[in-house]
Every structure is written in C-alpha cells, then in structure tokens.
Design a protein around this ligand. Structure first.
Ligand code: NAD
Ligand code: TYD
Length: 375
C-alpha cells in the first residue's frame, strides 16, 4: 500500500496500538513515532517483531522510534510534535479496562480526559505552525474510541454514529468525555480530526486481564474461567488486525469531522465466547484424561453496572470507505488461541510479574487516588 505518512501512534505498546504500529511498519511505508508511558498495560515486547529492543527501547527499524512519555506531559508532547513533524496522529493511549475503572477511576480521568486534552493542545499548536496550506489541510488527528460510549442495548438494535451517548462505567464515561473534546477541537479550532468507535477487540498481544486472553491462560493452567453473572451479556467481537486496517483506511479516506463506527457483526454472549475458547483448546491442546476445558467455567458475582449488550452497525465505514473485516469469529478465535499457545514468552512474564489474574472491579471501595470533587 502506498501510504508514507509520518505517524505518531500513542499507546503503541498496548494491544491495539502495537497492532497498528506493526501493520504500518509491515504493510506501508509510514514512519512511526511510538509514544507510550509504559503503564502496567504497556508491553514493549509487543513491538519486538517491529524492530524494538524491549530492554533499551532502541529500534533497529529506521522507520520506528519509541518515546517513553506521558500524554499528560504537554511539554514533552510539544517537543515530540516539533521534532517529528507528523502528518497524522493515531491517539490510542488510554486506561482501557472497565474493571480497573471501577476500582480506581482517577487514573482514567487523568489519562483519558486530561491526557487527550494535552495531546489535542500539542497537536493544535503544531498544526497551526505547519507552513503550507495543503499540508495543514491533509493533517489528521485520529481519535480511537469505543462503542461503550453509547451505553447498553436491549435485545434489539445496533449502535450507529447517531446513537446518543449514554456511558455507564467510569471507563466509558472518560472515553465519552475524550470524544467530545476531540470534536470540540474540530468545531472550535478547525483541527482536522477523525473519530472511530469500535467494538470489543481480540487477538494476539491482548493483555490477560481481558476476557478472552484471561480465559485462554487460565484454561491452560487448569484454573477457573470466571464468567460474570449468568454469562448472558453480549459483546460484538472484532479481530484486532481488522480494527488496525480500518483505522488506516479511515486515516486515508475518512472525512475530517466525521465519526466511523467499526465492528464485524460478531455478537456473542460471554458464555458463548468462553465456550469457543474451550472448544478451540480442546482441539488444539486436549486436556489429560479426556477432561473438557468447559468444566473449568465458574459463574462469579456480576460486574456492577454491567452493560447488557453492545452491537455495532458498520454500514457507514463499509458503504462510504469500503471496509470489510477479513476474519470472522471462528477464524479469529483459532488464530488467537494458536498465538497464545505459541507465544508463552510474551504472556508468562506478564502473568508472573504484572497481573496474576485476580478478580478486579467487584465493587471494592474505590482507592484514594480518585480525585476528591470537593478540592
Ligand atoms: P491497552 O490498555 O492495551 O493499551 C493502552 C496503552 O496506553 C498502554 O500501552 C499504556 O502504557 C498506554 N498509556 C496509558 N496511559 C498513558 C499515558 N498517560 N500516556 C501515554 N501512554 C499511556 O488498550 P487497548 O485495548 O490497546 O486500547 C487502545 C485504545 O483503543 C484505547 O483508547 C481504548 O479505549 C480503545 N478501544 C479499545 C477496545 C478494546 O476492545 N480493547 C475497543 C475499542 C476501543
Ligand atoms: P472485557 O474483556 O473486560 O471487555 P469490556 O468490559 O470492555 O466489554 O469483558 C468482556 C465481557 O466479559 C464483559 O461483559 C465482562 C465479561 N467478563 C467476564 O465474564 N469474566 C471476566 O473475567 C472478565 C475479565 C470479563
């Protein structure tokens, strides 16, 4: 593909950001400046195949640079824009786990809301300094968001770009706030922004706090597979590389100021998802003595405020930009399970040193880091 922009990718050591960076480096001529704070969720090993040395953060790929920085740090963001001179920004840095947002919303407000505002400020300052009108017009600030901003569906209906916002969790509320900020920078200052709202992603390099990788790894270790409530909640699953390709397409062809919903029409209940993980593992790595992985399923207390159903109507990105996902849930699940079986080097240290799989977000008291609204 002839795509040779200079791209800042924030959150590039995360699940989707690293998939996007790998895609840009493998299938385009883009230059990538990866910016990531390396929180608990930032895994530089996810960029190893793209040429990054996870120990030194030096890159052997001349088209990849990595900066360890916080998007809330306006001075560092200003400096990064001034020296790299991007044509496009893909903004993916965020606190992303709903259960952690229940336990400690403060960091979500800081990074997702204040951090997005800082990044927008840095982008605006840089954009205004671009000398040529054509270069200014082709600049893009692309904000990567979630379908969770739309709230919860009942049994019927789909989220469109016109669905009113109705977030319920601290995570989705902060993502909604960040979406509004991005649109405000377009409407007020004319910054050429694009917003995408995507459904649940799954695939390689997914941090094992999220349902699918947690279930795969727990199953491999013979541990319980925790299903919240009755397992009847529905999510609409998209293979992460399909999301990354959609982001690239929107960057090339999307109309500034517009929003594009991204989803592959793969609705599954959580119980079906865990069942699919188990069935795939039964085939690829059968348990001893004829036992089935499904026997490890354990129903646990529900998530507080648990949204019932998410489902995306992807007509706009399909009809206006020609996007189609390559994977369906069956093919994506097989690739994902295979990847975890083949890449223990990636997840084993995370499991041992960063997150062992304990239950999060079960309505424990929120931590003191939460901003005190009286101050
Ligand atoms: P992730 O948690 O795997 O990665 C987030 C990355 O951001 C990490 O590498 C982390 O170190 C970095 N980060 C966090 N705070 C930072 C800060 N203050 N400064 C710089 N870097 C920081 O998340 P993900 O699943 O890859 O999600 C990426 C984006 O896509 C998020 O904005 C998320 O809201 C959105 N999204 C995710 C999904 C999904 O299913 N995972 C679906 C739709 C949209
Ligand atoms: P998750 O992967 O955390 O994504 P999100 O909350 O952003 O949709 O969870 C996906 C679904 O799986 C959600 O309905 C909560 C549920 N879930 C479980 O049933 N058990 C688990 O251990 C986890 C982490 C999630």
């Amino acid at each position: 593909m002839r795509y040779a922009k200079k791209c800042i990718v924030t959150g590039a050591a995360g699940f989707i950001g690293s998939a996007l960076a790998r895609l840009l480096l493998k299938e385009t001529d883009a230059q990538v400046l990866a910016i990531d704070k390396l929180t608990y969720a930032g895994v530089p090993e996810s960029l190893k195949e793209a040429g990054l040395d996870p120990a030194t953060l030096e890159s052997s790929n001349p088209r990849l640079q990595f900066i360890k920085a916080d998007i809330c740090d306006l001075e560092r963001m200003d400096a990064a824009f001034a020296s790299f001179k991007p044509d496009a920004v893909f903004h993916l840095a965020a606190e992303s786990h709903v259960d952690r947002s229940i336990d400690g919303p403060g960091e979500f407000v800081r990074t997702n809301v204040s951090g997005t505002a800082s990044l927008l400020q840095a982008a605006l300052g840089y954009w205004r300094s671009i000398p040529g009108a054509a270069e200014r017009a082709s600049f893009r600030f692309q904000h990567v968001s979630t379908d969770e901003v739309y709230g919860s569906l009942g049994a019927e209906g789909l989220f469109t770009e016109k669905t009113p916002y109705s977030p319920h969790s601290p995570y989705s509320a902060t993502k909604a706030a960040s979406d509004h900020l991005v649109r405000a920078w377009h409407d007020t200052y004319g910054l050429p922004v694009l917003v995408t709202n995507c459904s649940n992603n799954y695939g390689p390099y997914h941090f094992p706090e999220k349902l699918i990788p947690l279930a795969i790894i727990n199953a491999l270790e013979g541990k319980p597979l925790p299903v919240y409530g009755t397992g009847a909640n529905v999510r609409d699953w998209l293979y992460v590389e399909d999301h990354a390709r959609a982001l690239l397409l929107v960057n090339e062809k999307g109309v500034p100021g517009e929003t594009y919903n991204i989803g592959g029409r793969n609705e599954r209940t959580n119980l079906e998802v865990v069942g699919a993980v188990c069935a795939t593992l039964d085939e690829m790595k059968p348990r001893a003595g004829g036992a089935k992985y499904r026997d490890l399923v354990e129903f646990v207390a529900d998530r507080p405020g648990h949204d019932l159903r998410y489902a995306i109507d992807p007509s706009k990105i399909r009809d206006e930009l020609g996007w189609r996902p390559r994977e369906d849930f069956g093919s994506g699940m097989r690739k994902t399970v295979r990847w975890y079986l083949d890449n223990e080097w990636w997840w084993r240290p995370i499991r041992e040193k960063r997150y062992s799989g304990r239950r999060l977000g079960a309505a424990a008291p929120i931590r003191a880091e939460t901003p005190d609204p009286r101050r």
